[in-house]
Design a protein around this ligand. Structure first.
Ligand code: HEM
Length: 495
């Protein structure tokens, strides 16, 4: 739909434009978005939906670049993205434009489903992923499915996709069940624990089983032991506050530098040792894990995949598959313990095997606290977003966080209310915790299988005390948005 600004509100008082103006004038959101009361409006709503690539040479519309272009304001966005974006979107509408020092010359932040659809459904040749500029690139490497584009990316996805779908995910289910039972059994009653840490051990077990074929995630050979130990160390170091500084240092470099280099080097050596061990094993062991698939793959020239590509995929899957899922579990219970009525409903639903409610709960959790709050695409052609045009070379940052809090899509966007998803199939490009288009999360089915089992089992077997503390502050680490205290909860009973 294309709307001409200024003409619709008279003819149709309920149009999105009129709605946006009405909502913006009633916003009562505090400075920290995560502390907004349940009945506050976000002020993010409606605008002209017309969007798509336009011919080169089209006259760009005039724009206000938001915020002075200083390192301080850039840091503010890196560290407190939500506060800046919510404030700017309520004031300036749902297409925001920034320029970061040392970053791309032009950045457009999008949160309108029609604008997002125009980018996600475009030919990837004109709107490729911008992950080549991701802070994760120095760690995951240039041959990772996360950082490649074009033909190489298509080939890599085609190879990996079957490992994350249908039968393959069903096969992981048993190992998820066992890992969940073991971890819940070790949960201390009466003490506070950080749910993210507990869930991380669990998701690490699952990913180690899927990627390296370690039964229940537990290593048996020496190379496997070393790899698991170094993986834990890499993950622990990457959660240290210093990692944020390392992230900034690395954003200007192709290869890992400083502390990141120190973290990555021993990990790489452990992967090389494991590759050597698996090759020496030959066909003597029947393996179906992802590493086995990578080792048996031949290129178009009938050559084995190069070691650096295998290494990049392994690191990517371990990192991508671990933090995101664990912190989604943590956010789910951070929200539930602060909304006791919803917690009661969720517990009853889990104990009554109400799979529809659990699905709605997971949707609501990932809507209100998306662990990946932003995904990026590079626009290689000029683009129209409503009345705004951007030049070729603009980086489109799709703000999943803003999209999920639009007043016109999700009334009372700050309320935690799974019922909004009961019996509802979200329209395309309105609920996007796993991103979209040709880069949609490769592990989405595995992540959903893990979340269903883990969240249901915790609801069934553990009673959690409600929390009267303020909502946990979102902390931005690498590309993720995680609960600052790790989802602090206290179990009052475990059955
Ligand atoms: C709740 C858990 C998870 C969330 C919220 C999540 C979210 C995301 C998002 C937003 C993207 C970027 C999509 C885009 O650019 O449009 C992504 C990419 C990716 N994710 Fe996940 N993810 C999760 C779990 C996993 C798991 C379990 C794995 C695998 C083991 C995984 C592997 C990947 C990979 C390989 C990519 C890159 C795909 C590509 O660029 O083609 N993720 N994920």
């Amino acid at each position: 739909m294309s709307v001409v600004p200024g003409t619709d509100s008279v003819a149709n008082p309920d149009s999105r434009w009129a709605y946006a103006r009405r909502i913006r004038s009633t916003v009562n959101r505090p400075t920290h978005w995560h502390l907004a009361p349940a009945d506050a409006a976000s002020g993010v709503a409606g605008s002209d939906e017309h969007a798509g690539p336009i011919a080169n040479g089209a006259e760009p519309a005039s724009w206000t670049r938001l915020r002075p272009r200083t390192l301080r304001t850039s840091l503010q966005i890196v560290l407190r993205q939500g506060n800046t974006f919510f404030t700017d979107a309520a004031e300036h509408g749902d297409v925001l434009r920034y320029q970061f020092p040392g970053g791309p010359d032009s950045v457009a932040v999008l949160c309108n489903p029609a604008h997002i659809a125009s980018v996600m459904t475009a030919d990837p040749a004109i709107a490729p992923s911008a992950t080549a500029q991701s802070p994760l690139r120095p760690i995951v490497g240039p041959s990772s499915v996360l950082t490649t584009v074009g033909q190489t990316h298509r080939r890599q996805r085609a190879l990996l996709m079957p490992q994350f779908h249908g039968k393959a995910v069903a096969a992981y289910r048993e190992s998820i069940d066992r890992a969940t039972a073991t971890r819940i059994a070790s949960w201390p009653v009466g003490q506070e624990i950080r749910l993210a840490e507990l869930a991380q051990q669990l998701t690490l077990d699952v990913i180690m089983a899927a990627v390296f074929g370690m039964r229940d995630g537990l290593p048996t050979t020496e190379a496997e032991h070393t790899l698991r130990r170094l993986t834990l160390r890499l993950l622990r170091l990457s959660t240290h506050p210093v990692a944020t500084v390392a992230q900034l240092a690395n954003s200007f470099s192709e290869n890992p530098v400083g502390i990141t280099k120190l973290m990555v080097r021993p990990f790489d050596a452990a992967i090389s040792a494991l590759l050597a061990e698996r090759r020496a094993e030959g066909d003597t062991v029947d393996r179906t894990d992802i590493l086995a698939v990578l080792l048996s793959t031949r290129t178009d020239d009938d050559l084995p995949l190069p070691d650096n590509e295998i290494r990049d995929q392994l690191v990517t899957l371990v990192l991508a598959g671990h933090e995101t899922t664990a912190n989604t579990v943590a956010w789910t219970f951070e929200r539930l313990t602060r909304t006791p009525d919803v917690y009661r409903d969720a517990r009853d639903a889990a104990r009554a095997d109400d799979a529809d409610y659990i699905e709605a709960l997971l949707n609501e959790s990932m809507r209100s606290r998306p662990v990946v709050p932003i995904v990026a695409r590079e626009l290689l052609q000029p683009w129209q977003f409503g009345t705004n045009r951007v030049d070729a070379g603009t980086v489109a940052l799709i703000s999943i966080l803003l999209l999920h809090h639009r007043d016109d899509l999700y009334p009372r966007p700050f309320a935690f209310d799974p019922e909004r998803f009961l019996g509802v199939r979200p329209a395309p490009h309105t609920l996007m915790p796993f991103g979209g288009g040709n880069r949609r999360c490769l592990g989405a089915s595995l992540a959903m299988a893990e979340l269903r089992i883990v969240v249901t089992e915790i609801l069934r077997r553990v009673d959690l005390a409600p929390s009267d503390r303020p909502s946990e502050r979102p902390r931005h680490r690498n590309v993720t948005m995680i609960p600052n205290d790790g989802g602090l909860v206290r179990a009052t009973m475990i059955r």
